[in-house]
Ligand binder design. Structure first.
Ligand SMILES: [Zn+2]
Ligand SMILES: [Zn+2]
Length: 309
């Protein structure tokens, strides 16, 4: 039961020879969600063997080039390959105008339907199916590029049947769904078998949150409280805190403060300024505040396992 994040780019505005700009793919039970789409994202998808024809939903945090300039190429390639399935794109409403203009000038008609969903500046449900939900929430970035975070959360699962016990108590097949939902079972002679004898609890739903780009705001912790995995931008270290403030970004320490405040399971740092050839300094600064911190490299895969019951 996969819940797996692949980092396609962990750099910020200026890509380097080892860091592409922002893009990730989250695979939840073989649903592939693309989060941000910097320039060269389609190359990164190929490089890291992501089946990108399976991507049906694309989430763009904000309209800075390091988060969306790869979209034109990717959407064009999918059309060249004669894709037919819909693509759902969630982004600032101005992106629709940009795409219409770009494809209009090119006289390009996509082979598939692009369904555009404009993000609002409030917390909202963007997507839901039988297994998970995706929400967005407002971040604080440059006024001319309002940014959104995204929260992917599995739904509660049904309890797991204990085969040996349902056989022993001769529970009819027709009653199994009731058992999974937590009902007790009553035998023909009226004996009540408690549900906990027949089932094991379902594992807790897993969750992932993406926060980039943003300044640090203590209250944002409420949006991501208790998530298993949090990606938070850490563009700068402590020595450039003034730059983080000026450019509406966060430091590694601020990312760690937010992770601690929100009581998340694990913190991933990314969106590193090109002034840091390695991310060790940023990791050290964050770990001092929140120990379960990791830094991203392009191509890294982070699995979110079920918690042990
Ligand atoms: Zn950025
Ligand atoms: Zn930005």
């Amino acid at each position: 039961m996969k819940f797996e994040l692949t980092v396609l780019g962990c750099g910020s505005a200026v890509p380097t020879s080892v860091r592409n700009s922002a893009a990730q793919v989250l695979n939840v039970l073989e649903r592939h969600f693309l989060i941000d789409c910097a320039e060269a994202t389609q190359l990164q998808l190929r490089r890291f063997h992501i089946p990108y024809t399976k991507i049906n939903h694309i989430f763009i945090s904000h309209l800075h080039g390091d988060h969306f300039l790869g979209l034109f190429g990717l959407l064009s390639t999918l059309s060249l390959q004669n894709r037919k399935g819909e693509i759902h794109l969630y982004a600032d409403e101005r992106l629709k105008k940009i795409l219409d203009f770009q494809f209009g000038i090119m006289n390009m008609k996509l082979s598939y339907t692009l369904v555009f969903h404009a993000l609002s500046r409030k917390q909202e449900l963007l997507y839901e199916d039988d297994l998970l939900t995706v929400e967005s929430f407002p971040l604080k970035h440059r006024y001319d590029a309002p940014a959104s975070g995204f929260l992917f959360r599995e739904k509660e699962r049904l309890r797991t049947i204990r085969r040996d016990m349902v056989d022993a108590w001769e529970v009819p097949i027709a009653f199994m769904q009731n058992i999974k939902r937590g009902e007790d079972f009553v035998t023909k002679d009226g004996r009540v078998v408690a549900n906990r004898q027949l089932t094991l609890p379902a594992p807790a739903p897993r969750s992932y949150a993406y926060m980039s780009d943003t300044v640090y705001r203590e209250e944002f912790a409420e949006y991501v409280r208790g998530v298993d995995l949090l990606y938070h931008e850490a563009t700068y270290g402590r020595g450039f805190a003034h730059l983080a403030k000026e450019t509406f970004h966060s430091t590694a320490e601020q990312a760690a403060m937010l992770a601690k405040k929100a009581d998340v399971g694990k913190l991933l740092l990314g969106h590193f300024s090109s002034r840091y050839p390695t991310s060790e300094l940023l990791l050290d600064e964050a770990i001092a505040i929140f120990s379960n911190t990791f830094v991203c490299h392009d191509g890294d895969v982070f699995d979110v396992p079920y918690k042990k019951i």
